[in-house]
Write a protein that binds this ligand. Structure first.
Ligand SMILES: Cc1cc2nc3c(=O)[nH]c(=O)nc-3n(C[C@H](O)[C@H](O)[C@H](O)COP(=O)(O)O)c2cc1C
Length: 196
C-alpha cells in the first residue's frame, strides 16, 4: 500500500525525537556512506513549486573535514579585528569539524530563468533539510543546521555552480547527547482559528 497511515503516537514519536545535536556531543562511531546516501534520498523527497528541486548538497568527509575546520577558523580570524579575536573560537571551529563524521553543505540552485521567487526555493530547501534531519534522528544520528557567517564564503572552500548559494552547514555524527526538554511557546499563541 503506497499511502500508508501511521498512528498519531508513531508520528509524534518520529517528529518529536528530532533535536539539534551539537558536535560537542558527537562520539567516534563511524557513519557509513550508505547512511548518508539514505539521508540525502529522504531529503530528495521534499516538495518544490514547479518541481524545481533546488536543493543541492555537498558532502564533506574524510580529509576534507580538517580542511573545512581550518577554513572556518581562518575565516573567523580574518573577519574579527585583532583585539576581538578569541583563540577559543578559532579552536572551536576546528574542533567542530574534527568531531563530525560528515558536514553537508546545504545549497540552493536557482533555476536559470529564476521563474520561482527565491523565498519559495529556500522554503523547498528547508523542507529537504527537515526531511534529512528527521531521517538522521530516526537512524540515531545527531546533527544541526548551522547558519554561521562562513556560509557566505564557502565558494572559496569548494566550487559552486552559477546561481548556486550556500545557506547552511549540517554537522553530522553519532552522539551521546542527554535528553533535552523541548522549548516551544504554547501553540495557541501562534494559531488563530477562523470559522466564519
Ligand atoms: C535555518 C536554521 C538555522 C540555524 N542556525 C543555527 C546556528 O547558526 N547555530 C546554532 O547553534 N543553531 C542553529 N540552528 C538550530 C537551532 O538552534 C535549533 O533548531 C533550535 O534551537 C531548536 O532546537 P531543536 O532543533 O532541538 O528543536 C538553526 C536552525 C535552523 C532551522
Amino acid at each position: 500500500m503506497k499511502y500508508k497511515r501511521f498512528s498519531k503516537g508513531e508520528v509524534e514519536a518520529f517528529i518529536d525525537s528530532r533535536r539539534a545535536v551539537f558536535p560537542q556531543y558527537f562520539n567516534d562511531e563511524k557513519i557509513s556512506q550508505e547512511e548518508i546516501e539514505f539521508l540525502l534520498e529522504m531529503a530528495n523527497l521534499a516538495p518544490s513549486h514547479k518541481l524545481t528541486q533546488p536543493w543541492r548538497f555537498k558532502v564533506i568527509m574524510g580529509a576534507a573535514l580538517p580542511r573545512l575546520g581550518k577554513f572556518m577558523a581562518e575565516y573567523y580570524k580574518q573577519s574579527e579585528s585583532s583585539d576581538q579575536f578569541q583563540q577559543r573560537k578559532y579552536d572551536k571551529a576546528i574542533r567542530k569539524c574534527e568531531k563530525s563524521q560528515a558536514v553537508i553543505l546545504l545549497c540552493l540552485q536557482r533555476d536559470p530563468k529564476e521563474s520561482i521567487p527565491e523565498w519559495e526555493e529556500l522554503a523547498a530547501l528547508s523542507c529537504a533539510v527537515q526531511n534529512l534531519w528527521l531521517a538522521a534522528s530516526a537512524l540515531g544520528l545527531g546533527g544541526y543546521w548551522s547558519s554561521s557567517k562562513v556560509i557566505g564564503a564557502l565558494d572559496q572552500f569548494t566550487s559552486l555552480e552559477e546561481g548556486e548559494r550556500c545557506f547552511g552547514l549540517f554537522f553530522l555524527g553519532h552522539h551521546d547527547m542527554p535528553e533535552v526538554e523541548r522549548k516551544r511557546d504554547p501553540l495557541p499563541t501562534k494559531v488563530k482559528w477562523i470559522t466564519d
